[in-house]
Design a protein around this ligand. Structure first.
Ligand code: SAM
Length: 243
């Protein structure tokens, strides 16, 4: 079963408000490509971002989890939703904007896979097209790994998320996100749904170096609006495709 399939039914209730993520994407489009008419989201999940975008008008989402896409189909009936792997895909068309947010990129577990996705993004953008994405930084993954598990008491039950990581010779950081959802199914009965999701942390210098030849940086910002570092919580980027 692909990652997120067990989690998909609970994802929207258990996760943060997607509004600020969608606002960031809309802000980048307004600033850098207001005439955009087509957008592709890689790792679109349950469609929370696509559902909040008022432009562009032609929306496509790609995700590898059937369960997440099923939820998305109910939320964004007007979008084209495709099952596939964002590491390597070929849709035979180009878009004005490609986005990948809420650390979807971190879910690719080797830096080669990140580079392969950047190549695919380049192939699917029009000249001058916009690539907007965010990542969990190395510092944030280490902090989450050092902290006690995160517990969320939400409508359908309780979610416990425990992040661990292993340091080795690699410049990148592999982490495992152990997610247990105790679904409340009766007065004192709970069903357990268990997933382990991997995330890779990569230094921002390495990320920017990989993009440089094919994309021009438009803006980079952390969660407070400052220039991001490897110790920020999040790093948000907007790039323009160069031929
Ligand atoms: C943290 S969720 C983000 C969902 C959505 N972007 C949002 O902001 O709510 C990450 C999503 O990436 C998807 N994903 C992970 N690896 C993928 C891959 N190799 N190809 C396509 N989708 C992938 C997962 O199935 C999941 O839906």
């Amino acid at each position: 079963m692909p990652e997120y399939d067990r989690f998909s039914r609970f994802y929207d209730a258990a996760m943060d408000d997607p509004g600020p993520r969608a606002d960031y994407v809309s802000g980048c489009i307004d600033r850098y490509l207001p005439a955009a008419t087509s957008l592709l989201e890689l790792g679109c999940g349950t469609g929370s971002i696509l559902a909040r975008l008022t432009s562009p008008t032609s929306l496509t989402g790609l995700d590898r989890s059937t369960g997440m896409l099923e939820v998305a189909r109910g939320k964004v009936p007007g979008a084209r939703l495709l099952e596939g792997d964002m590491q390597c895909f070929s849709l035979g068309e180009r878009f004005d904007v490609v986005i990948s947010v809420f650390d979807s990129l971190n879910h690719l577990l080797t830096f080669d896979a990140w580079q392969s996705m950047f190549d695919a993004v380049h192939e699917h953008l029009v000249d001058g097209g916009l690539f907007v994405f965010d990542v969990n930084t190395l510092g944030e993954i280490r902090r989450l790994g050092d902290e006690p598990p995160w517990v969320d008491d939400f409508d359908s039950g309780v979610l416990i998320m425990d992040v661990s990581f292993a340091e080795d010779e690699s410049p990148d950081l592999t982490s495992q996100w152990d997610i247990r959802i105790f679904e409340h199914v009766g007065s004192s009965r709970f069903d357990l749904h268990h997933e382990v999701i991997g995330e890779l942390g990569v230094s921002l210098e390495r990320v920017k170096g990989a993009l440089e030849p094919k994309f021009a940086l438009l803006e980079e910002t952390d969660e407070n609006g400052n220039t991001p570092t490897d110790e920020s919580v999040k790093a948000h980027f907007a790039y323009r495709r160069v031929p």
